[in-house]
Structures are given as C-alpha cells and as structure tokens.
Ligand binder design. Structure first.
Ligand code: ATP
Ligand code: MG
Length: 352
C-alpha cells in the first residue's frame, strides 16, 4: 500500500512525521505495508516554486490512490501574493473529494460527553463562488449564488448513512461509545430556503430511506436550533449531515466542544480516495518548538484507514489515543501537560 504525505507548512512539518510513525508502528498482523512518498504543497512550496499545488503532486495522488495525509498550509491573510490560493481547496476540487468528515469525541468519563461526526458536503452551496456586484435600486449590491443539486445531496446523505452503519459495526464489536442506536440528523433551513435547502432535505430523506439504511434513526434539525442543541446536549448527536456552509460552521463549533484544535481530525473523501487532515492550521505561534499536539493527525491517520477499508487498524489507533488521553500523564501543553510531540507519539505507539 502506498500512502502519500503532504506536510505543508508550519506544524504540518512536525505532525505529519508523527502520523507516519504511527502507520509504521501498526502491528504486522494488520498486514499493512505502507510505502511513503512526501509530496510538496503549501505556501512554502509557492514561495519556492511559484505554485502552491504542483501538478506532480496531483498526478501522483491520482495515479497511486490508496490514501494520503495532509498536514497544514499557512494561509496568509494580509498581502496575499498574486497567484496564491489554498492547495487543499484545489485538491478537493481536482480529486472530487465531495465530503468533509469530522469526528469529534471526548474521552470516557468526560463531564459533558460528545461522540459525533459532522459530514459536510464539500463541492457546492455558496462555495460555488459565483458572486457579482452591481448597482441595484438601493445602490451598490452584491449577490452570491447558492447551488444545491439532488446528485450531491443524495451522495452526501449516503455517505452519512454509511458512516452511521460503520460506527454501529464498531460499537457492535465492543468499541466504546455513548450511543446505542445509529442516528443521522439532517440539518438545513428549508423553512426559509424552501427550494435549495428544501432539495437538500428531500434528497437526504430519500437517500436515507433506502433499504440499506433501515436500521438508522433519521431526524431533521433546522440549523439555528441545531447549534443551540449542539451546545445544550451534544451527547444526543451521532452523525450530522449538512450542506457545505452549515457544515463548515458546525464543524468548527463542534470542535470547540472538546477543548483543543490539536485533538480534532478530519478527512476529505471522494469515491475511492480519502485524504486525512488534522483540522488545525499551521499554528505559527508554536512552530519549531516540538510541542504541537500530534493527536489530530494520528486520528486523521485512523480516518484515512477507515475509508481505505481498514476498520480494525483504525480502531486500534483510536483506542491507543483514547488510552493516552484517559491516563493523562503524557499530554501536550494545549491540554495542560508538558509533554513534547515525540513523547506523546511514543506513548501512543507503546499502546499499539
Ligand atoms: P493558519 O493560518 O495556518 O490556520 P492559525 O494562526 O490560524 O494558522 P491554527 O493552526 O488555526 O493557527 O491554530 C489556532 C490556535 O490553536 C493556535 O494558538 C495554535 O497554537 C493552536 N493549535 C492548533 N493546532 C494545535 C496543535 N496541534 N497543538 C497545539 N496547539 C495547536
Ligand atoms: Mg486557523
């Protein structure tokens, strides 16, 4: 098997090697023989070569597509040089990674337990970026198009259904969880946007009523009250499926429930390819200090493996991470500890 590593910028260059060490340390009984190739992308790459996402990186990913791990890219907010745009956004487009999947989970015994996954549509909605500015009756006016297709909505809802079933399989095999039954929550605002969000809602309902998903409880939640309830009673939610914009907001809001960005993984998923990506950025404030929390990346390795069909290896990684957090002896500074990145990695490897 081949895994592609794209460290990117900042602490991406510190946490991706940690992810690699975890893959290399997986017991041989899983029969996963990974070969690794580092690929270039990011702002550093742009400064060196003039392109943020070299064609060679995309070609290599397309040709040898088992899975990949993406670190972080720094996104300059001021003085953005001409020609620079985020390579991960471009990668999602060029590889048609139509879903962004973000699990958020607290450790066992947490005061307010959370164990949910946000499944965000990743290609359309307001992110089709068709905007215009013109002079209207009230003067200067800007307008954006929100585009929802039945096709993408069906696909994302099926992905949510498949994830709910997979989580149930893990529970049935003895995995620890606060849930007993699979639940998919469809979130939208079709009371106001009856056509666009209405189509999303209807398509998601249709997809989840398919035979395969009969064992899943399906509910709906208008997005504003979704945020409200997410904060009041996060333990209610199992899998939440949302169109692009609401999913973006919900993903960050849900990540805040567990205390550190350094814990939260994500995956960009297409038909037959997944890129694991910690949900934090390049964290320039701690770069080079060797204290970045590697857990978001290590959990992203687990996610990548899940989407490659290696559920058992993924479960092994998750439980090693949980054991490290539950014991709480070797924690990085963002979690109140004083362990270095390498010490956390070694502790987790010991538990594999
Ligand atoms: P970028 O522009 O690349 O997103 P940023 O300045 O927004 O960079 P983030 O990476 O988004 O920084 O991080 C936000 C805050 O969370 C920073 O203070 C950072 O140090 C902290 N943080 C993020 N990831 C980690 C991690 N893995 N371990 C410890 N702290 C982290
Ligand atoms: Mg950031």
């Amino acid at each position: 098997m081949a895994a592609r590593l794209i460290p990117g910028d900042g602490i991406g260059r510190e946490v991706i090697p940690a992810g690699r060490r975890i893959l290399e340390a997986l017991p041989s009984s899983f029969k996963l023989n990974f070969s690794f190739v580092n690929l270039e992308a990011g702002f550093g790459t742009f400064q060196d070569t003039g392109v943020a996402l070299p064609d060679k990186t995309v070609e290599t990913l397309k040709k040898e597509c088992d899975g990949a791990l993406f670190g972080a890219v720094s996104s300059p907010t001021k003085n953005i040089p001409k020609g620079y745009s985020s390579p991960i956004v471009a990668l999602r487009k060029r590889l048609d990674l139509y879903a962004n999947v973000r699990p958020v989970k607290t450790v066992a015994g947490a005061h307010s337990p959370v164990d949910l996954v946000i499944v965000r549509e990743n290609t359309e909605d307001l992110y089709v970026k068709q905007e215009e500015t013109f002079m209207g009756p009230k003067g200067k006016t800007a307008r954006a198009i929100k585009e929802i297709t039945e096709y993408a909505s069906l696909n994302i809802a099926r992905m949510a259904g498949d994830i709910a079933l997979r989580r149930q399989r893990v529970r049935d095999a003895g995995g620890d969880s606060i849930h007993k039954q699979p639940l998919v929550t469809i979130t939208h605002k079709s009371n106001v946007l009856s056509q666009t969000d209405g189509l999303f809602r209807e398509s998601a309902r249709t997809a989840l009523s398919e035979e395969k998903y009969q064992s899943i409880n399906v509910e709906e939640q208008i997005v504003d009250s979704m945020f409200y309830k997410l904060y009041l009673k996060p333990s209610h939610y199992d899998v939440v499926v949302a169109p692009n914009l609401y999913g973006d907001l919900l993903s960050d809001a849900a990540a805040a429930l567990v205390g550190s960005l350094g814990l939260v993984p994500s995956a960009n998923v297409g038909k037959d390819f997944a890129i694991g990506e910690p949900c934090h950025g390049s964290a320039p404030d701690i770069e080079g200090k060797g204290i970045a929390n590697p857990i978001a990346t290590i959990r992203s390795v687990g996610l990548m493996l899940e989407f490659m069909g290696e559920e058992k290896a993924a479960a092994k990684i998750y439980s090693a991470v949980d054991a490290n957090l539950e014991e709480g002896k070797l924690l990085s500074p963002d979690l109140g500890g004083n362990a270095k990145t390498d010490e956390v990695v070694e502790d987790i490897i010991k538990r594999l």
